[in-house]
Design a binder for this molecule. Structure first.
Ligand SMILES: NC(=O)c1ccc[n+]([C@@H]2O[C@H](COP(=O)([O-])OP(=O)(O)OC[C@H]3O[C@@H](n4cnc5c(N)ncnc54)[C@H](O)[C@@H]3O)[C@@H](O)[C@H]2O)c1
Length: 438
């Protein structure tokens, strides 16, 4: 199959590289010339484990190419995927569909012969129909079908998720387009991946329902964690106790500072907006958004309270800035709420993140970036763990204690063993765990 991927960000680049790995002929385009220039030189503009190798392998094999102009490749394509951003629109919380519609119009002009136009971006219900309308309006003679194929990959595990997905959801309404989509995903038949074929609206709603459910699960355990802290219970045992019930499941029951990232915050907002417009308000999701926003803001207060009510003049070491480990993505990361609030309370921040510091440097002001976790801890009055990078779990608490001004840790991801740290003389506070023993 000849595939064009419009948008070469986290989703477009991973999808394009993985489709090439499936054996298809893929052209990834992006309107950002700097990104394309980098990719052509074999440099990967984002951090995603394993992506560099699969991009290099497939470029070498001649199955993967990059460009800024897609006219020729769209003309020859069996399928064109739209994988551009759908950020939150300023003002009302709805998804900003400007990039999707612009891409649709550009694709429309370039179509020659039957082409399947696939929306892979996360788009509110109704967008697929609008994409079809734009294409028809731009080129009335175009022979095409529109398909919705939402993407469920997780940053940090994107290749694994794309190559071995739990399922593939395809909203398709013609047999011809269905055949093209089945051919594109045929390699997944070998591992018996469930293919969920639906109409276009159903596929669009499925993506939002999935993300909203996961965001709700996180928010639920976060509130249970608050209760645990107050009553001397341990949220991890509670999570295990409920998660072993097959109806609930163990995943996504880890308490933390609140969800962030490029998807959950904007997708819950967009779902709430769409649902209100459709006169079917999603009040649970609206509450989740509210609780999560408050929680992110409250985390700085937790640190301040831990330090006795003030952090003025203190040096705070921060471990982890990205919204989760194994990515350089800083979009809506909890650190973007926590760090400025601690600075506003008079603290000096020294931070370390294995991959996120370049982007964090653009988004956070007056932060000193350290070269290692130990350097971030050096001279700190308190160390705050915001992102659970694997390498932080292996830190030697004795060494941390030696370099810190005061041995105090607020662990917003519960990566440390409270008993061990307290035994070594740390004052330690996690999330949703008994605070006794300090
Ligand atoms: N990041 C994730 O983990 C994830 C997971 C599932 C779904 N999604 C969804 O996928 C979509 C893309 O997300 P992302 O994280 O890859 O975004 P991104 O911002 O990393 O990438 C989008 C890219 O599209 C390019 N672009 C915009 N308009 C274009 C045009 N007309 N022609 C060519 N290129 C254009 C931009 O320059 C940018 O490089 C969003 O709708 C998102 O919700 C993201």
């Amino acid at each position: 199959m000849r595939i064009v991927m419009v948008g070469s960000g986290y989703v477009g680049l991973v999808s394009g590289a993985c489709f090439a790995q499936f054996g298809h002929d893929v052209m990834c385009v992006d309107k950002d010339p700097a990104k394309i220039a980098q990719l052509r030189e074999g440099k990967i503009p984002i951090y995603e484990p394993g992506l560099d190798r699969i991009v290099a392998d497939n470029m070498r094999a001649g199955r993967l190419a990059f460009g800024t102009n897609f006219n020729d490749s769209v003309a020859a394509a069996d399928a064109v995927f739209i994988a551009v951003g759908t950020p939150t629109r300023r003002g009302d919380g709805h998804a900003d569909l400007t990039y999707v519609y612009a891409a649709a119009a550009e694709i429309a002009s370039a179509i020659r012969g039957y082409t399947v136009v696939v929306t892979k971006s996360t788009v509110p219900v109704g967008t697929g129909r609008e994409v079809a309308r734009i294409i028809r309006e731009t080129q009335p003679a175009a022979e095409f079908d529109v398909v919705s194929n939402p993407e469920f990959l997780r940053e940090g595990a994107a290749l694994e998720d794309f190559m071995k997905p739990d399922r593939v959801v395809i909203g398709v309404e013609s047999a011809r387009a269905r055949d093209v989509m089945a051919a594109i995903y045929r390699p997944l038949n070998l591992i018996q991946t469930p293919m969920v074929f639906t109409n276009i609206e159903t596929a669009e709603v499925t993506k939002y329902a999935g993300n909203a459910f996961l965001a709700t699960k996180i928010t639920f355990i976060n509130e249970i964690a608050d209760l645990c802290e107050k009553v001397g219970a341990d949220v991890h045992d509670v999570a295990r106790g409920i998660g072993l019930d097959g109806r609930i499941g163990r995943k996504f029951l880890h308490p933390g500072p609140g969800f962030g990232g490029s998807c959950f915050p904007k997708d819950t907002l967009a779902l709430a907006y769409t649902a209100r417009e459709a006169n079917a308000p999603q009040t649970i999701v609206e509450q989740v958004i509210e609780v999560n926003n408050t929680r992110k803001k409250r985390m700085a207060n937790k640190v301040i309270a831990f330090c006795g009510g003030s952090v003025a003049g203190m040096t705070i070491g921060v471990l982890g800035l990205t919204f989760k480990p194994n990515t350089d993505d800083m979009r809506d990361a909890p650190s973007l709420d926590i760090v400025p609030a601690l600075q506003a309370a008079g603290a000096r921040i020294v931070a370390f993140d294995p991959e996120g510091m370049a982007e964090a440097g653009r988004l956070l002001k007056n932060v000193t970036f350290a070269r290692t976790a130990y350097e971030a801890a050096t001279g700190a009055d308190v160390l705050v763990v915001i992102t659970e990078w694997h390498e932080f779990r292996g830190l030697d608490p004795r060494r941390l204690k030696q370099v810190m001004r005061q041995p105090r840790i607020v662990d917003l991801r519960n990566i440390f063993d409270p008993e061990e740290l307290r035994g070594l003389g740390f004052v330690y506070e996690g999330v949703g765990r008994p605070q006794l023993g300090n």
